[in-house]
Design a protein around this ligand. Structure first.
Ligand code: TRP
Length: 327
């Protein structure tokens, strides 16, 4: 089975946008591919993190993913920092990366061009990401468009290494969802609903309570036309609500438009709130069950064991080819 691998950075709270845009995709992939999902906590610390929050989020996000339908029997789930081969391979890859190509990575470029002071870790972050991918003979890496450049670096490094030392790494491919539903901010529907710590009036967090969810949806920004139909350009607010309903009901946009064509905006919002509440209450119930059980520990222990074995084998092949130690 072809291998797919993705990392879920434990920064920020997961939102309805994460569920519909990302997690639902992973649920589809788990039946088709040998799926690896890991928590890149070493990537999170490239920018300052709150120690307590970071620790909490690692487990919380794993529990949420499971509650959303990521099946622990179909996925290998582990934590990056517990597996030392990631950083070991990263170092070797750093020694095969040119300063110029690392300097072209946008995240680093954007921050430094604004005059921000950044860590060396932020600079080398894409190389650690390449190690995450190449350690496991990953073929597909599902990422958003913002991460595509990093997967391309991983491809370049894999090819360079293979040319120099003989076939060692699979050259991975980014998997960008074709037209997966993109959920927009409820207050500013031309901007993506993203994980966030700050003002969350426009984002529905997966752990928001029922009242908060209803309030946020009822106060979503719309337009003054008062006709319900899908037109992302001229009616981004209404189109976003229709997209949310469509994704959660598994109906097409056309079917949803038809269903609500006689509704006014207030009643449409009530229907959208109902389906979001029903979906998230179910997820939250399962989330609590996961958090209160020992099963997460067991899933992470098993995942770590399996991932470490694969990573060790690959690392030793690499170290031997280079002439390191006594491998
Ligand atoms: N850089 C990714 C992000 O910011 C997270 C990540 C780290 C990742 N390593 C990865 C994603 C390997 C895919 C594969 O979201």
């Amino acid at each position: 089975m072809k291998r797919i691998l993705t990392g879920l950075k434990p920064s920020g709270e997961l939102t309805l946008g994460s569920l519909i845009g990302g997690i639902k995709q992973s649920i589809l992939y788990q039946d088709k591919y040998d799926s690896f999902i890991f928590v890149p906590d070493l990537h999170a610390i490239t920018v300052p993190q709150d120690t307590v929050l970071l620790k909490e989020r690692i487990k919380k996000n794993v529990a949420l993913y499971l509650a959303c339908g990521i099946d622990p029997n179909k996925n290998t789930i582990y934590i990056q920092s517990e597996n030392l081969y990631h950083t070991n391979l990263s170092w070797i890859l750093e020694c095969h990366t040119y300063m110029g190509e690392a300097s072209r990575m946008t995240q680093y470029k954007d921050k430094t061009s604004k005059g921000e002071i950044v860590s060396v870790g932020l600079f080398t972050y894409p190389i650690l990401m390449a190690a995450d991918i190449l350690l496991y003979d990953t073929l597909y890496v599902p990422v958003g468009i913002d991460q595509k450049q990093h997967v391309e670096l991983a491809r370049d490094l894999a090819t360079r290494f293979n040319n120099k030392y003989g076939d060692t790494f699979i050259v991975p491919e980014p998997l960008i969802p074709k037209i997966g539903a993109k959920i927009m901010d409820l207050q500013n529907p031309t901007k993506k609903m993203s994980k966030s710590d700050g003002d969350t009036k426009g984002s529905i967090l997966l752990l928001d309570n029922e009242d908060v969810i209803r309030k946020k949806i009822m106060s979503a920004v719309t337009d003054s036309d008062n006709k319900v139909y899908y037109d992302m350009e001229n009616k981004p607010g209404i189109s976003n609500l229709l997209t949310i309903y469509s994704a959660l009901s598994n109906k097409t946009i056309k079917e949803v438009e038809e269903l609500f064509k006689e509704y006014n905006y207030g009643n449409l919002k009530k229907e959208v709130a109902n389906i979001v509440v029903a979906t998230l209450m179910d997820i939250q119930k399962k989330y609590q069950e996961y958090l209160n059980s020992e099963i997460i520990e067991e899933i992470l222990n098993n995942g770590n064991k399996k991932a470490s074995e694969i990573a060790k084998t690959k690392y030793e092949i690499v170290a031997k080819k280079i002439g390191l130690g006594r491998f």
